[in-house]
Structure formats: structure tokens, C-alpha cells
Design a protein around this ligand. Structure first.
Ligand code: LLP
Length: 417
């Protein structure tokens, strides 16, 4: 849940912890992502607390928010990292995470990604096809390295969520079918440079019902038994990420404790260390996207538009998944209006809200788009020639710039004049 504890109103102005968002917008400009450090830490701790009875290792899925300071904040609490590419691995290492606390997923890892991962000595690569296993083996043999691998299983469970973020059913590209696992095990038997260390799944994101994890984990338990019978000593059972957060107060996510109460009894049976890969659960509600109202206009159909200086280039989730983000005025208002909150990008899909009742803000005022900590800045683009925004992290009364705003020069720096 977006937490008033980390984003309170003080003197009628929205703050991040002890710092006024009005002040930050004045200092760093808008659009601006503002992250509460203590919100990140508190979500991580809540996750750890919920699963404290279980032998487990939590790897924050950095794709949700890969700012080096965000990764570093979590790593300092003991968290590992789940990365999806060489670029994310590089970020995690730059943040100071040790290689043996990093795991790598990805349905299309390239030779370069795999080589880089093996060279750095990460905890494991999670393979998603027979071809990938063969490639990892070739690289390991020629480099004289041993590769720890997990096998990502596609358990064919359709988690109820947005179709673009369900990943565990057989219509999707992810993982290896259960039917192919016999072949995987015999292949692995002949590959001395590979060590099968984990059985893995990730069935989707923003999953509200633990029943889907339960169904998929039960299938994975069968895979675990088969792997053991085939002579592999499996150390990790990785159930991925996907734990939900509340974006809309009317649709509250079940607590993480609820997921733990359903899953721990099942996962305890594995006799392994359980790996979790939460991304959104940790990062989503830690950040607001601050944006300034550029214009207001009302058309002859009676439609009210609030045109702001952020758009789909900074938060694409409403355009891509029709997702809901709460929007509040930074200065407290007594009155509301119904409006479309739209960005400056020349796409009709460039909106944050349609026909939404919001504070009756005027031109020049600030709005905060809430729950913009996961899959927001990381999915930002330069479309329409828009420099990506600055990012600030607040810890108590202190704010630090954790990413500079891009400049026009940076927009063209890789082009050949
Ligand atoms: N592990 C793997 C292998 C993943 O692919 C993902 C997310 C996660 C962990 C973390 O999932 P989380 O705990 O954050 O749900 N852009 C979409 C979400 C895409 C998720 C991709 N994979 C959105 O904005 O909703």
C-alpha cells in the first residue's frame, strides 16, 4: 500500500519522509522521481519477516528499479539480486553486490551475457531452453569454468493478472516444458562443466492469489523429486517474484504474510534453500513521479484535460497495461474535478488517468503520480526527444540526487556527426 508514513502531508504539502516535494521540484525540476529510502528498506524487511521461518535467500529483481542507489540500499540489508541481462549484471556489480549473491534469468541470454556472467562467478544462470544449456556448456568448457545452472520450468499455470505479465503458462515463451525435463536431465548428465543447482519458476507479476504459486510449486516439487532420482543434488528451489502491491485503495493486495502462510508449509517440504525474486513488492510504493501542470484545457464536448510535463516516456504502465496509478496534488486542495491527466507526447495513449476525480489543480501546480517505483524509470524512453528525468532519494531530512537529468547533448552523443 502506498504509505502515508513515508509520504506524509506536512503544512499542507506532500513530503517524501522529511523533505517537501515542492522544494525538491524547485531544486531539481520536473518530471522527477522521488524515492523514499526507508520505504524500500521497510518493504524488504516486511518480506523477510513474513518468510523468516523458512530457509531462504531473497534476490531483489533489479528490473523493477535498477538505480544503483536502490540496489545498494537493499544489498546493504543483505539482499541478493536477480538480473536479466549483462547490463543489469553490470549495474548490480557496480552497486557493490558480490557476484555470489547474483542470479541471472532471461529467455534470450546471448553468448556475451553468458560469458560475462560466468567470468564474474555469479551464483547461477537460470536456463530456459535446451539450446541455452548447450551454449552455457560450450562456453564453460572453452573457458575452463564450472557453471552453476538452474532450470526454469514452465509449469503451465495461468496466473490471474494482466495478460502481458503472466509468464508461467505454455502459451508464453518462458521456461522449459515439463515434458522436456527428462531430456534436460540426460543432457545435463553428460555435461561435466555444468552443475544443476536449482529448479526455478516465475509465473508472472502482480499475482493476487497464492493459489497460483501453490499450483505451480506443487508441479515443481515433482520436478525436484525427478531431478533427485536422476542423481542431482538440488540446493535451491526458486519460486520467482510476482508478489502484489496495492495501486488502488479499492483493490487492496493481500498481505505478504498471507502468501507466506499458504506457501511456507509447502516450501518447507523441499529440503532446499528457497529463492524469492521480488521486484515490485519492494520498489513500487517507494517512489512518486512528480510532474507539473503545464496547461489546463476544456473542449466543447465538456472534457477537462490536465496536461502535465511527464508522460508515457516516464511512466508507460497506464498505456501498456491500462494500469491505475493514484494521482494527488502536492499542495493540499479542498475541491476536486473530473479530468483526463495527460502527457505531452504525441500519442493518444499518453495518459495517466481518464475521467478521474482529482484535486482541482491549476496551471503551474504539482501533481504526484503515486506507486511509480517499479517498472517506471527503468522503462523510461527518449521518445519525442525527451531527456530522461532526474531521480532523488530521500532518507529522513536528507535528499540526494541519485541520477542526473539527461541533457540534449546526451540525447545525440552516440550518433555520428
Ligand atoms: N523474476 C523474474 C524472472 C521476472 O521475470 C520478474 C519480472 C521478476 C522476478 C520480478 O517480478 P515482480 O516481483 O516485480 O512482479 N513491466 C511490468 C512487469 C514485468 C515483470 C517482468 N518480470 C509492469 O509494469 O507491470
Amino acid at each position: 500500500m502506498f504509505d502515508g508514513k513515508f509520504f506524509p502531508y506536512r503544512d499542507e504539502t506532500l513530503c517524501c519522509e522529511g523533505v517537501s516535494l515542492e522544494k525538491l521540484a524547485g531544486e531539481y525540476g520536473t518530471p522527477l522521481y522521488v524515492t523514499s529510502r526507508n520505504s524500500l528498506v521497510s518493504q524488504y524487511k516486511a518480506f523477510e519477516e513474513a518468510f523468516s521461518d523458512l530457509d531462504h535467500f531473497t534476490c531483489y529483481s533489479v528490473k523493477a528499479n535498477f538505480n544503483i542507489h536502490v540496489i545498494r540500499t537493499l544489498a546493504a540489508e543483505g539482499c541478493g539480486c536477480d538480473v536479466n541481462s549483462g547490463g543489469e549484471l553490470y549495474r548490480a556489480l557496480q552497486a557493490g553486490v558480490s557476484a555470489e549473491k547474483i542470479i541471472m534469468a532471461g529467455v534470450g541470454k546471448t553468448e556475451a551475457d553468458i560469458e560475462y556472467a560466468l567470468r564474474t562467478g555469479i551464483l547461477m544462470l537460470k536456463a530456459e531452453s535446451l539450446s541455452e544449456l548447450r551454449l552455457i556448456n560450450r562456453i564453460a568448457v572453452r573457458s575452463g569454468l564450472r557453471a552453476r545452472v538452474g532450470v526454469r520450468v514452465n509449469p503451465n499455470v495461468t496466473a490471474e493478472t494482466h495478460p502481458y505479465i503472466t509468464t508461467g503458462d505454455s502459451k508464453e515463451k518462458f521456461g522449459i516444458d515439463e515434458a522436456d525435463l527428462g531430456e534436460v536431465f540426460s543432457l545435463l548428465k553428460g555435461m561435466e562443466s555444468l552443475e544443476l543447482t536449482a529448479i526455478d519458476m516465475h509465473i508472472g507479476s502482480q499475482i493476487f492469489d497464492p493459489e497460483f504459486y501453490q499450483a505451480a510449486a506443487e508441479k515443481l516439487l515433482e520436478v525436484l523429486t525427478a531431478a533427485r532420482s536422476a542423481g542431482f543434488s538440488i540446493r535451491y528451489f526458486d519460486i520467482g517474484g510476482g508478489f502484489p502491491v496495492t495501486y488502488e485503495p479499492q483493490k487492496p493486495a493481500p498481505s505478504i504474510g498471507h502468501f507466506a502462510s499458504v506457501l511456507v508449509p509447502l516450501l518447507e517440504k523441499t529440503g532446499t534453500t528457497i529463492i524469492f525474486e521480488p521486484g515490485r513488492f519492494i520498489a513500487a510504493n517507494s517512489t512518486v513521479l512528480l510532474t507539473r501542470v503545464v496547461y489546463r484545457k476544456r473542449n466543447h464536448a465538456g472534457k477537462e484535460f490536465v496536461i502535465v510535463d511527464a508522460g508515457m516516456t516516464e511512466l508507460i504502465r497506464p498505456a501498456l497495461y491500462q494500469s491505475h496509478h493514484e494521482i494527488v496534488a502536492v499542495g493540499q486542495h479542498g475541491s476536486t474535478m473530473v479530468a483526463d491527466v495527460v502527457g505531452p507526447v504525441c500519442e493518444s495513449g499518453d495518459f495517466f488517468a481518464k475521467g478521474r476525480s482529482i484535486d482541482a489543480v491549476g496551471e503551474g501546480e504539482l501533481l504526484a503520480v503515486l506507486s511509480s517505483g517499479a517498472y517506471s524509470s527503468v522503462m523510461a524512453s527518449n521518445y519525442n526527444g525527451r531527456p530522461r528525468p532526474a531521480e532523488v532519494m530521500v532518507d529522513g531530512d536528507r535528499a540526494i540526487l541519485i541520477r542526473k537529468r539527461e541533457t540534449y547533448e546526451q540525447l545525440v552523443q552516440n550518433e555520428m556527426f
